[in-house]
Structure formats: structure tokens, C-alpha cells
Design a binder for this molecule. Structure first.
Ligand code: 0XW
Ligand code: MG
Length: 367
């Protein structure tokens, strides 16, 4: 079996409903990049990468497509099941750009599942459960708006919510947190995600002002050194997200005693192969992790669910997918959907979805 063709698609994923508001930006329009890796046997696999606008992380939709156009010609003729050697080959062809290479990695796992007749989660070590908990990210907002959403999402069955904070006077965030804890169910897990926006002083102030409440502080400050500097001064566990860019910083942050857990994204890690390694590091260090991505449709959602289903429940902080914020599925029948706060692992081989490629705009094809 050989890679015969790689197709690169572009697709708009506008935010359904109000803008998606974080500390540093609001997004309304997003565009995703999908790859279809086609083999000489006719089996094909799909991958996806969808940066969250221009300011969330060092990743960009056009950059993803440019990187993939650079890489793709070098993959023609390779055995698609040789996933690790292809990863090394991509690194020799183009440094960095893990968020783009991740789409190829995901597509190769999809192919492997279809070839072996097994689900991706089964190839990643096997599921620990057939339904995974999702979690809901609640925009930066006024106390009454955030409280309304917390009530709604816990009533829907979500077991975890993420409150976006930052980008304003810290007193406003403190007020939101206090009001939320007046209504939150005792067993609702809560993360405050500042998306790197807080000063060290504000992060310390937020934690101490809300010391009586149980939550995690996710990516409070911009840099690893800033987060490390506040670790001994805050009253809450710290999860790294944007700073957790590779295996080395993940291992270092655990060794330093800085990271109590991780908000992980499949594409930032470089794909499912790297997420499997991160899962094992977190298992060995007893660090909870999420299995998310920045945005995207059914393909990236399926990838998150498949790896999320292999994380032991005690270390699983859930699987975030963009489905509640976008309209429609790539696979109308087996698309990835959240039901009562939980997501069922797809049953079919590979990623378990059959996307309708006619939905997307062909950007480039290499054979
Ligand atoms: C909530 N997420 C996983 C989805 C958005 O892309 C942001 C991200 C986060 O936790 O930062
Ligand atoms: Mg985060």
C-alpha cells in the first residue's frame, strides 16, 4: 500500500450564535483545513486542523495550507501505515508547523483503522469507556450571563465547564466566579481559563480572592516562567494549555511541579501519535488532561473523542469539541455530537465518519 494522492481542502466554519469571546479576542469567522490522504488501494483517510483565529496561538489557516502544500509532495509513495517514519520525514522536510502536520497524522490513523478494520481508539490502546464527557467553554461575560450558562449546561448534563476569564479588570472576573459558585452543583468541575492574559499579580489576586472555591487555573499567564513564578503563591491547581507545546515542556513542567494538569490540543501536539505519548506521560505522573482542539468539524472532533476514550476516567478532564458553536456536520449520519454533555465513541473503523467531501473547497491536490 502506498500514498497515491493528497488532497487539501479549505472550508469555512463560521461561529453559530454570538462571537466566541476569550480574554484576548472574539472570533466569528474561522476556516478549517482538511486533508484527504488517498492510497493506491483506494482506502483514504481524513485529517483536519483549524486554528482559532490569528491571535490564539502561533498558527494560521493559510499557514496550515502552505505547510501542507510543502510537505505533501514528499509523502507520495510512502507506506501510510508507517506513521512514525512519516512523522520523522515531515520534520526533515519542514521544521515546526506541528498544527499542520497533525492533519496528516490523523489521516494516517484513519487509514490504519480502515485497513485493520478497527476504530482509531482501539489502535491507540483501547477504550476505557464508550462515552466520553465533554465540557463547555463559557465566554467572558457579565455575571448574570455566565451564571445563566452555567445553570443551563449543568442542567444539560455537562460535568465540567470552563469559564473564560481575563482581558478586563480582574475584579469583574472575581465577581463572576463568586456568582457562579452560588449556583454551581457541588460536583460540577470548573476551570478558569485566562488564555495567557493575566499578569502574575492578577492571577495571584484572583486565586486568593476565591480561595474558598474549588477550580483549576488554566493557562493564567502568557509564559511558562510567569506561570512558574506564581505556582507557590496561588491556592489552586494550575493546568497548562498554550504553553504545553511539546513533550519536553510537558515533562519539564511536571518535573518542576508547575503543571497539575493540561488542556491538551491534538493539533498543537502534532497529532494522535503525540497525544498518545502525552497520555502516557500524564498517566505516569498522575496528571489530568483534556483531549481537545482549537476548533474544527467532525474530523478533528472524532480524533479528540478517539484519544479521549483511551484516557483513564480519573485523569480525564473531558473532550472539548466545537460542535455546539458550528452549524452542521461533515457526516450527517455519523457526525460527532454531544448528547447530555457526553459524546459516544464512533463505531465504524478508523475515525468512524464518512465526510461528504463535496462540502469543501478544493485547495490543492498532489499525486
Ligand atoms: C476551550 N478550548 C479547548 C477551545 C477553544 O479553542 C479554546 C480552548 C482553550 O481551552 O483554550
Ligand atoms: Mg485553554
Amino acid at each position: 500500500m502506498r500514498i497515491a494522492e493528497i488532497r487539501i481542502y479549505r472550508h469555512d466554519l463560521p461561529v453559530a450564535g454570538p462571537p466566541y469571546r476569550m480574554s484576548h479576542s472574539e472570533v466569528t469567522e474561522l476556516d478549517t483545513t482538511i486533508v484527504e490522504v488517498i492510497t493506491d488501494t483506494g482506502v483514504s483517510g481524513f485529517g483536519e486542523t483549524c486554528p482559532l483565529g490569528q491571535a490564539y496561538a502561533p498558527s494560521h489557516p493559510e499557514g496550515a495550507r502552505a505547510a501542507l502544500c510543502e510537505i505533501a509532495p514528499h509523502l507520495i509513495g510512502f507506506d501510510p501505515l508507517a506513521i512514525e517514519s512519516i512523522a520523522r520525514g515531515m520534520d526533515r522536510t519542514l521544521a515546526g508547523h506541528a498544527y499542520a502536520k497533525a492533519a496528516i497524522d490523523i489521516a494516517l490513523w484513519d487509514i490504519a483503522g480502515k485497513v485493520y478494520g478497527r476504530r482509531v481508539c482501539d489502535l491507540l490502546g483501547g477504550t476505557v469507556r464508550e462515552h466520553v464527557p465533554s465540557y463547555y467553554a463559557i465566554n467572558v461575560g457579565k455575571p448574570e450571563e455566565v451564571v445563566r450558562m452555567v445553570r443551563q449546561k449543568q442542567d444539560e448534563g455537562f460535568v465540567r465547564v470552563q469559564l473564560k476569564v481575563g482581558g478586563r479588570d480582574i475584579a469583574q472576573d472575581i465577581e463572576v466566579v463568586r456568582k457562579v459558585f452560588e449556583v454551581a452543583n457541588p460536583n460540577l468541575r470548573i476551570a478558569l481559563d485566562a488564555n495567557r492574559s493575566l499578569t502574575t499579580g492578577d492571577a495571584i489576586h484572583l486565586s486568593r480572592a476565591c480561595a474558598e472555591h474549588t477550580f483549576v487555573l488554566e493557562q493564567p499567564c502568557a509564559t511558562y516562567d510567569e506561570v512558574r513564578s506564581i505556582k507557590s503563591q496561588v491556592r489552586h491547581p494550575i493546568y497548562l494549555d498554550e504553553n504545553a507545546v511539546d513533550l519536553n515542556i510537558i515533562m519539564r513542567s511536571i518535573h518542576d511541579g508547575v503543571a497539575d494538569g493540561f488542556g491538551m490540543k491534538v493539533t498543537r501536539a502534532g497529532g494522535l501519535s503525540r497525544m498518545r505519548t502525552i497520555r502516557e506521560i500524564c498517566h505516569a505522573a498522575r496528571r489530568p488532561m483534556t483531549c481537545d482542539d482549537s476548533w474544527g468539524g467532525d474530523i478533528i472532533a472524532a480524533a479528540c473523542v478517539h484519544i479521549g476514550a483511551t484516557v483513564e476516567p480519573a485523569l480525564s478532564e473531558g473532550v472539548w469539541i466545537a460542535a455546539p458553536y458550528i452549524d452542521g456536520n461533515y457526516d450527517r449520519e455519523n457526525g460527532i455530537r454531544i448528547k447530555n454533555g457526553w459524546i459516544e465513541v464512533p463505531a465504524g473503523p478508523g475515525l468512524g465518519i464518512s465526510p461528504d467531501t463535496s462540502l469543501w473547497e478544493m485547495h490543492h491536490s498532489v499525486s
